[in-house]
Every structure is written in structure tokens, then in C-alpha cells.
Design a protein around this ligand. Structure first.
Ligand code: HEM
Length: 88
């Protein structure tokens, strides 16, 4: 099951995602401190932080996410397909 803890490779992405997009009905309404706090809570729910842990930029980027090394570079070459309408 893809969760923040089982799937996301970098913890700062969680901060950035919440800061930009959440809450979905009021994006960017949270203060920086709120985003650190709710990020810490989500990482705690995923068993990656103890209860009540606090975060700042340094401690957030120091978190080693479990799925960190499971992302592999896409070795397929970039292809450019010319647009085609007829007789493709
Ligand atoms: C402080 C409050 C909130 C926080 C911290 C938060 C955090 C998050 C996070 C971390 C994700 C990504 C989950 C994942 O991919 O595994 C997410 C996804 C999502 N959240 Fe929130 N959320 C908040 C409030 C809300 C509210 C109020 C709504 C709806 C009104 C909402 C709607 C969604 C939706 C629809 C997604 C899926 C987006 C997608 O997959 O493209 N969230 N949220």
C-alpha cells in the first residue's frame, strides 16, 4: 500500500507538498510551523518518528525514508514522436 511512509523517498517532499497543496480546500493557509508540526505527526503515524517529536529543516532532511533506495533511474531513452494526423 502506497503511503507517505511506504512510498515517498524524501521527507522534505512531505513538507513541500503540504505547504503547497494542503489542506486542499485552503492551500497555503498553514504557517511554516504548522506544516512542520503536521509533517511530524504524519511521519509519526508512519512509525518514522516518536510521538510528540518536533521537526525543523535540519531534522526533516535527516530522516531516512524506508523507500529511499527503491527508486531506480528510468533507463529508457527519451523519444520524440512527430505529431501525425493522417496515414500514421
Ligand atoms: C492540515 C490538513 C491536511 C494535511 C496535512 C494533508 C496532507 C495530505 C498529504 C500528505 C497527502 C498525500 C498523501 C499521499 O499521497 O499518500 C494528501 C493528499 C490529499 N489530500 Fe490532504 N491534507 C490535509 C487536508 C485536506 C483537506 C481538508 C482535504 C479536502 C478538502 C484534502 C484532500 C486531499 C486529497 C484529495 C488528496 C489526494 C491528492 C492526490 O492524490 O492528488 N486534504 N493530503
Amino acid at each position: 500500500m502506497k503511503t507517505v511512509g511506504s512510498y515517498w523517498p524524501y521527507a522534505p517532499t512531505l513538507f513541500d507538498y503540504i505547504r503547497r497543496a494542503m489542506p486542499q480546500n485552503a492551500p497555503q493557509s498553514l504557517s511554516k510551523q504548522d506544516v512542520y508540526a503536521v509533517s511530524a505527526y504524519i511521519l509519526y503515524l508512519n512509525g518514522l518518528l516518536p510521538a510528540g517529536a518536533t521537526l525543523d529543516a535540519k531534522s526533516l532532511s535527516a530522516i531516512e525514508m524506508p523507500n529511499r533506495n527503491m527508486f531506480v533511474g528510468d533507463s529508457r531513452p527519451d523519444v520524440t514522436n512527430p505529431a501525425c494526423i493522417t496515414d500514421c
